[in-house]
Design a protein around this ligand. Sequence first.
Ligand code: GDP
Length: 188
Amino acid sequence: MAAVFLGSYFPNRRLPERKEPGIAFLGRSNVGKSSVINLVTDSAIARVSKTPGRTQCLNLYLVDDNWVLGDFPGYGYAKVSKKQRRLLETILEKFLLAQYFRFAVQVIDARHPGLESDIQVQDWLKAERLPFLIVMNKVDKLNRKERAEVERQAKKMFVHQPLLFVSTKTKEGKKELQGMLHRVGASA
Ligand code: GDP
């Protein structure tokens, strides 16, 4: 896959008009969203950082001339100021709910499904009828027994939700995720 940077968007900026469908990437800080973006685009476009809560804007990339990837700021990080939190909420409200994005990918930590802030975002997406896929990342951190337990839990928790188990370390799930994203791009 080839990705081209289209720009950084703060709430005062209008999103570009494009014919390709937008796919929003969402996740808590430090969940590995940047790593997942790099994995699916076979690139190093998104910054992988050990300092959570840094990027407070929406970054757009055109992928394969086929779809537009929206890298949203990470949420759920406790140590951000009230002002930063408000900015994050504004970005989510203004850009995610502006009907620019046709599909969303929520990256969650496979070890911790069901966190409050993740559920809140899922409720939002459902209320907006924005179809989304849940990527359970960092599965390499689970042993066989934990993995079986998480799979059991997740299938119960996300009954109507497409779900993918991914590791950016082992590249598990990469091809499946790329295939799904490509189909969203192609179906527009
Ligand atoms: P972001 O804040 O959500 O964009 O997360 P990053 O992509 O910056 O990753 C946060 C940390 O998690 C980094 O130290 C990554 O190396 C690590 N990480 C990301 N994906 C995986 C994974 O699949 N497995 C493991 N073990 N670590 C990961």
